[in-house]
Design a protein around this ligand. Structure first.
Ligand SMILES: *Cc1c(COP(=O)(O)O)cnc(C)c1O
Length: 399
């Protein structure tokens, strides 16, 4: 195979359909907390593939799992079980409070499955109820139904007509929820820490009341743990922080460590699908299953959730140490899902200046900076991040 030159790659950018304003960088290689582009420039990665590469870039356990599985079976068919599929399903049910697993490839598909299961529950158990209550500023994906479930005001006018049957309410406001709860309600779906919404956690009292209300009305409670799951918040699953269980939970991002893998987990009581209701060509795909198994085992065996908790606390401590200097208006976080607010709407500028400095950070909204590094991040790497970040903030924030 002849390798493309950088100039050929540059020209080939015209072949990519425009969907987002990407930077011009072409990433070529990754290892641990670092990425290298085709020019050989090094980047310290505090985006972590969007809270995805929980074990860092190109970890040995993923490479080995792929090689091992690819040498025996790449793909049989979704009509059969396969070994890693059974092993991963058993592992996830053992590690969580759930009994059944449906596998998919992306977070949107896992949530789509949860939405369908909620409607099936409404049909079978609640006289045809079909409405799902979700939260303002929540994020659930980019398929038509999950965009409809998402509570981003910018998305409201897009792709009309949206999938009907979603009601958005304010997070942590039980009165707002009760005002739309009616006999058509079949489920409530929410993130335990809103990720794309800028790191907004659910209050424990609110979640307790929500669980009670759902029980009272027979309404399904769904946790979207696609961003919070797999150790990100300092626990294997964020619901463990609250000690309050859902009926259904979705996982994505970290569960594949960078390989496309997602899952919907449910309790036995909601084992409601009939043949044909849900499925997919890649549901339980052996390579994805082998990677998932390797990633989940590694996260658990190395006790990475606890490590994420400790490193997250250290990042928060460092942020509080520079809060006055840079006039941050808020600092918040749970484990390695951390955000802080700038006094001025300079998020995008800070991100692009950090990029030049070889540091990857994210700005989910103009005032907010979000950090979501791999769970393996070390203290030295955190210190290196702060050196770069402060150097850029000195310039950009003009303190
Ligand atoms: C990223 C994300 C999704 C969507 O996952 P995709 O893999 O992009 O489809 C859904 N919910 C939450 C909370 C997410 O963070």
């Amino acid at each position: 195979m002849i390798q493309s030159s950088n100039r050929q790659l540059e020209e080939a950018k015209d072949s990519i359909l425009f969907t987002a304003a990407r930077s011009d960088i072409v990433m070529e290689r990754g290892e641990g907390m670092y990425l290298w582009d085709t020019e050989g420039k090094l980047y310290l990665d505090f985006i972590g593939g969007w809270a995805v590469t929980c074990l860092g870039h190109s970890p040995a356990v993923i490479r080995e799992a792929l090689e091992r599985q690819a040498s025996v079976l790449v793909n049989a068919s979704p009509a059969f079980y396969n070994k890693p599929m059974l092993e991963l399903a058993k592992l996830l049910t053992d590690l969580s409070c759930f009994d059944k697993v449906f596998f998919a490839s992306s977070g949107a598909e896992a949530n789509e499955s949860a939405i369908k299961l909620a409607r099936k529950h409404g049909l079978k158990n609640l006289g045809g109820a079909y409405e799902i209550i979700t939260m303002t500023n929540g994020f659930h994906g980019r398929s038509l139904a999950t965009m409809s479930a998402t509570g981003k005001s910018q998305w409201e006018p897009l792709f009309a007509p949206k999938v009907p049957g979603f009601r958005h309410v304010s997070l942590n406001d039980i009165d707002s929820l009760m005002s739309v709860m009616n006999r058509n309600t079949c489920a409530v779906m929410l993130e335990l820490v809103q990720g794309e919404g800028g790191i907004r956690p659910v209050d424990v009292e609110y979640l307790y009341k929500l669980r009670k209300v759902c029980d009272e009305y027979g309404v399904m409670l769904i946790y979207d743990e696609i961003q919070t799951g797999l150790g990100r918040t300092g626990k294997l699953f964020a619901y463990e922080l609250y000690g309050i269980e859902a009926d259904v939970m979705t996982l994505g991002k970290g569960i594949g460590g960078g390989f496309p893998l997602s899952a919907m987990l449910t309790k036995e009581a909601f084992n409601l699908f009939d043949p044909g209701d849900q499925g997919g060509t890649y549901s339980g795909q052996p390579l994805a299953m082998a990677v998932g198994l390797a990633v989940v085992n590694e996260v658990v065996n190395r006790n990475l959730p606890a490590h994420a908790g400790v490193q997250g606390d250290y990042i928060l401590e460092r942020l509080h140490g520079i809060k006055e200097t840079y006039q941050f208006t808020s600092i918040r976080g749970q484990g390695l899902l951390i955000a802080f607010d700038l006094p001025d709407p300079k998020g995008a500028e800070l991100v692009s200046e950090c990029l030049k400095e070889g540091l990857l950070i994210n700005s989910p909204s103009p005032h907010t900076i979000r950090l979501m590094p791999a769970l393996i991040v070390s203290r030295d790497e955190i210190d290196a991040m702060f050196d770069k970040l402060c150097r850029v903030m000195d310039r950009v924030l003009a303190i």
